[in-house]
Write a protein of this length. Structure first.
Length: 373
């Protein structure tokens, strides 16, 4: 038997709520495989509070990403800072030879993504975006059933992120602004669900869309809707909202032989997935669809395990490379379709397109106010 790999040395950049509530439990769950050795935060008090919560005085504290990377040379860096910092911190970690798991969105534009891809190629390390809803046993089971053809051809789909955020939420200075958040619920909220939709249905072909600011005084939208044609022929609707008092996250895929439906809010387990067979399907066939043998919830823990598996095997991790770019391209295409009123096809946004360096594309009425004044 080959020896088990040594524990990976990990660092976190940012010590706010998402790191405390999701990254730290994930690291603890995989403590036999990974060791937290350092944390970075520009706020010394918050940093010390995190080190105390981590419960290990061996976690070194830094207020500079560069100083941490130089001193610690970690194998893996987990990034939980506001979106405008993601590209710079991800590229720095890659240049230091570390793999990256970064909160969504990985960056603010396709141009920024291509900077990250270039840093990957130069370093040999990889950067994954944390979109944890595609992980866990329920999502893996659904994807296997759909992509294998067991449920028949996918025909119609609905993807719904109808959440609620109030004015206090947008009082945080970086929220609702293109330069710091990258967009509205299309980038910051609904991205979880439509990433999972892409994971289930594969490549999309064409998007038509609408966006609006109906309630919040923000640069970006507070609601968006889209019609999507997938390469396999399926048609889908996508709704991203922060205006919805009755909050729900939902995906429904109608295939020729069954309807698959996921209903949850911020995470799912096996019981959140239902399979309704078509009338012509034999009961014994449908019985095999319903429940995987193991119930692994969607979570940062599940995604970290997948990244560690890839690190152990020296292969590109899930949620990186073409997968990560496809999700970001979907967001850019939705914005372009909404702001221009024209359909957008996969692959058309590249250098020279105004939506390549920024999701707003400089479009009148949507470009940042300081630029359009």
């Amino acid at each position: 038997m080959s020896p088990l790999p040594a524990r990976r040395r990990a660092a976190v950049i940012g010590t706010g709520a998402i790191v405390v509530g999701a990254h730290l439990p994930a690291l603890r769950a995989h403590s036999d495989r990974v060791e937290l050795v350092a944390a970075v935060d520009v706020d010394p008090a918050r940093l010390e509070a995190f080190r105390s919560q981590a419960g290990d005085n061996r976690v070194a504290g830094y207020t500079s990403t560069e100083a941490m990377l130089d001193a610690e040379r970690p194998d893996l860096v987990l990034i939980g800072t506001p979106p405008a910092l993601h590209r710079e911190q991800t590229v720095a970690a890659l240049k230091a030879g570390a793999w990256v798991m970064c909160e969504k969105p990985l960056c603010l534009s396709l141009a920024e993504y291509d900077d990250i891809a270039a840093a990957e190629e130069a370093s040999g390390a990889y950067a994954s975006v944390i979109l944890q809803h595609r992980y866990g046993s329920g999502a893996a089971h659904a994807r296997e059933l759909i992509t294998s053809g067991e449920l028949g051809a996918p025909l119609v789909a609905h993807c719904q992120t109808t959440w609620h955020r109030d004015a206090a939420y947008y009082a945080v200075p970086w929220r609702g602004r293109w330069a710091t958040e990258g967009g509205g619920p299309t980038m910051g909220h609904g991205i979880h669900q439509y990433d999972l939709l892409l994971h289930l249905l594969g490549e999309w072909e064409e998007i038509r869309a609408m966006t609006a600011r109906l309630v919040h005084d923000t640069e970006s939208e507070d609601v968006s809707t889209a019609l999507v044609r997938f390469r396999g022929g399926a048609l889908a609707t996508v709704v991203n909202s922060v205006l919805s008092p009755d909050e729900v996250s939902r995906i429904r895929v109608d295939c020729a032989d069954a309807t698959v439906e996921l209903t949850h809010l911020y995470g799912h387990g096996n019981d959140d997935w239902t399979y309704t067979p078509a009338r012509h399907v034999a009961p014994e066939r449908a019985a095999a669809w319903r429940t995987p043998a193991q119930d692994v919830p969607s979570s940062h823990t599940a995604q970290l395990g997948a990244v560690l598996d890839a690190h152990d095997n020296g292969v590109r991790p899930p949620g990186s490379g073409p997968e990560a770019r496809a999700t970001l391209e979907f967001a850019a295409a939705l914005y372009k379709a909404a702001f221009t009123g024209l359909p957008v096809r996969a692959g058309e946004i590249g250098p020279g397109d105004p939506h390549y360096p920024a999701m707003h594309g400089g479009h009148p009425g949507w470009a940042p106010r300081e630029e359009s004044a």
